[in-house]
Design a protein around this ligand. Sequence first.
Ligand SMILES: CC(C)(COP(=O)(O)OP(=O)(O)OC[C@H]1O[C@@H](n2cnc3c(N)ncnc32)[C@H](O)[C@@H]1OP(=O)(O)O)[C@@H](O)C(=O)NCCC(=O)NCCS
Length: 184
Amino acid sequence: MVLEREPELATARVWLRRWRADDSEPFARINSDPDVMRHFPALLTRAESDALIGRFNAHFDDYGYGIWALEIPGVTSLAGFVGFKHVDFDAPFAPAVEIGWRMRRDLWGQGYATEAADAVLAHGFDALGFDEIISFTTQDNMRSRAVMERIGMMRDEAHDFDHPKLPLGHRQRPHVLYRARRSA
Ligand SMILES: CC(C)(COP(=O)(O)OP(=O)(O)OC[C@H]1O[C@@H](n2cnc3c(N)ncnc32)[C@H](O)[C@@H]1OP(=O)(O)O)[C@@H](O)C(=O)NCCC(=O)NCCS
């Protein structure tokens, strides 16, 4: 039996685990924070936030990997998320596996995202067998780009792109692309 509180991946300070029913309320609060959502087109309602958890769960069913809930034991049961997503929208680098993250505003600046992302990236190469992992964000999302750089991802400027899911002319459309490859 899988214990409900068992992490799938753990570091010195953080746990990555599957989503639980009691994540719904704190996750909705994160997704309705304008600071957290500054680089996304809109804040999420509670229903949209719950639907996102539903898509994370479905992604695990479809691909065997996905976006984990990020827990910081002793601090909070839900700090945000870190994990993988299959990218299949129209872009020269797709299909691909993307690593991504989102964290509660008051927990920024303590290295939690980098610590989690570093472990998740290694898990992607070592346990899940990915040859390459990409990440992307809006050009001016410097905090997210800093996480990419701290975990050793390299900017691939030649493949910066306009996000096809955002309308033409949208200020968040220009995205930067970063890549990491499994070391030989
Ligand atoms: C992207 C995001 C997760 C990064 O959060 P963050 O707090 O900047 O990143 P980390 O948790 O790795 O913390 C790094 C900071 O902690 C400091 N730090 C303290 N202890 C540290 C440690 N042990 N290890 C690493 N950094 C540490 C670093 O110096 C850095 O400081 P800075 O804020 O002065 O630059 C966060 O900004 C976020 O959730 N943004 C909104 C969602 C989003 O845009 N996601 C990406 C979409 S693609």
